[in-house]
Ligand binder design. Structure first.
Ligand SMILES: [Zn+2]
Length: 375
């Protein structure tokens, strides 16, 4: 389903229940009690244009809305290290295993949305295959018409999942988290910066919306950090390996750097001590959770030591923390290059299954508990 159709349905649902557009003075889907005596400084001035603020029950899906499309797959040369099959394989596996009844096709991203982040020259170069010099050197993906189509479709998926998360509380793009893409170039298998495109689209509707990127991919999101370096309404949080790609880091709002092959205990200690205060202090209206599968111990590039069970504990922790605060959460794949055949797909599916279970878990009991690592 295209984002504009989601929006149209939302409009229809609101109209059919008598809801009127309102000036937004409260965040989406939050309880007002949480803000008692704690007003949002950036929301003291009502917006000049109407914004829908539906209650969570209006237009809400009964299952986790997951966006994907056959376009997400682009053929690569034999032996290429990027596991392109993970996109169709994970979608099929999630349906076969009953986690979701079906997926939703997000269409392709519009020029209007793309050009809020990327330069016209760069967008044109991706469509024609005439990569600029840095992209040719650093992207790591050979051009094809399908690669261009994949990049446009997967970016639309993150924007559609963002709109869905605003209504449902949580939604997933079965791809995305391409955080190494800069406005004028691609790097590290990342063509367009999907999270940045989604955030800029939200900001177009609501300039003061607070967006948080919770990036638990093993690598730092240098492109995302560069794009939002001067934006006080976007908080980029990342746990990553310090001495790993990208060699030149771009400072984010909070960078938690680990040594290579840090133990799982150290990983969780750092995550538990830094993520909750970051969320509490920033008070995001929406979070983008990049659940990189490359933190797994058998990954080719991640240089981390999380077991499959640790990866599940990480996902549960992040999702429960955000859902516990009723923060709309967009779940994205990030990287994953496992040496074990099919493991990258399995890890992404594990993340989505945990997100699907979290669809209804907004009660206080779902608040993150550091001891939940082994639950
Ligand atoms: Zn990565």
């Amino acid at each position: 389903m295209r984002a504009d159709i989601v929006r149209t349905q939302l409009d229809h649902n609101i109209a059919s229940t008598g809801w009127k557009p309102v000036s937004l003075t409260e965040p989406y889907g939050r309880s007002k009690t949480r803000y008692a005596g704690k007003p949002h400084g950036h929301r003291t001035t009502p917006l000049s244009h109407p914004v829908y603020n539906p209650p969570m029950s209006v237009g809400r899906s009964l299952f986790l809305r997951c966006f994907t499309s056959p376009r997400y797959f682009a053929p690569l040369p034999p032996g290429h290290v990027f596991p392109m099959r993970k996109f169709p394989d994970s979608a099929a596996k999630l349906i076969e295993s009953g986690v979701i009844p079906h997926t939703i096709d997000p269409g392709v991203i519009s020029d209007l949305d793309l050009l809020r982040v990327h330069t016209p020259d760069y967008v044109q170069s991706i469509r024609t295959g005439r990569y600029n010099e840095i992209t040719a050197r650093r992207l790591g993906l050979p051009w094809s018409p399908e690669l261009s189509g994949r990049s446009h479709a997967a970016t639309a998926g993150t924007l559609a999942a963002t709109r869905a998360a605003m209504v449902d509380g949580i939604a997933a793009n079965l791809a995305g988290g391409t955080h190494h893409a800069f406005p004028d170039r691609g790097e590290g298998f990342c063509v367009f910066n999907d999270v940045a495109v989604a955030i800029r689209a939200l900001q177009h509707d609501e300039p003061y919306i607070q967006c948080m990127v919770v990036d638990l991919d093993a690598h730092q999101g240098n492109g995302t950090n560069a794009i939002f370096a001067d934006d006080p309404h976007v908080f980029t949080y990342s746990v990553h390996v310090g001495k790993n790609y990208p060699s030149t880091k771009v400072p984010g709002s909070m960078d938690v750097e680990l040594s290579r092959w840090a133990s799982a205990d150290e990983y969780f200690d750092r995550l538990h001590e830094t993520l909750p205060p970051a969320v509490e202090r920033f008070e995001p209206d929406i979070a983008f959770y990049i659940a990189g599968a490359d933190c797994h111990e058998d990954d080719r590039f991640g240089q981390m030591k999380l077991s499959t069970a640790d990866m599940a504990a990480r996902d549960r922790y992040a999702i429960r923390l955000l859902r516990g605060w009723s923060i709309p959460t967009v779940v994205l794949y990030g990287g994953g290059y496992n040496k074990v055949e099919g493991m990258t797909t399995a890890l992404h599916c594990q993340t989505v299954e945990i997100a699907a279970r979290g669809l209804g878990s907004t009660s206080a009991s779902a608040k993150a508990d550091p001891t939940s690592r082994n639950t």
